[in-house]
Design a binder for this molecule. Sequence first.
Ligand code: AMP
Length: 115
Amino acid sequence: MADCIFCRIAAGEIPAQVVGRTAEVVAFRDLNPQAPVHVLVIPVRHHAAARDATGPEGERLLGRLVAFATDVAAQLGLDAGGYRLVTNTGKDGGQSVDHLHLHLLGGRALGWPPG
Ligand code: AMP
């Protein structure tokens, strides 16, 4: 989508600190980090949110996103301490960018429940 900021990051049209990429998935540092490590993992193909990645192809994509996020977490040294993967969905979920993304948060002890 031309007016989607994450589509534009995936296409290389907007700069980002990319930490990993495949043909389908891109991982880059969040502009406003909430933890020492805060990476966003997105599909190149636009889906508004996790609930929109439906059917066999959507399920496969969601699996790839999580698998890639765990690879990035390991590369960034988070396995020993642990980390959190979260996807905000819709207004009550606190989603501010309508392009499916996982937040990978780590590098400190994270509180629970979230606010
Ligand atoms: P959410 O509120 O769950 O939709 O998460 C969107 C995230 O995208 C927020 O944590 C923002 O800080 C982050 N963000 C927005 N624009 C950019 C950008 N250009 N580069 C990196 N992160 C961004």
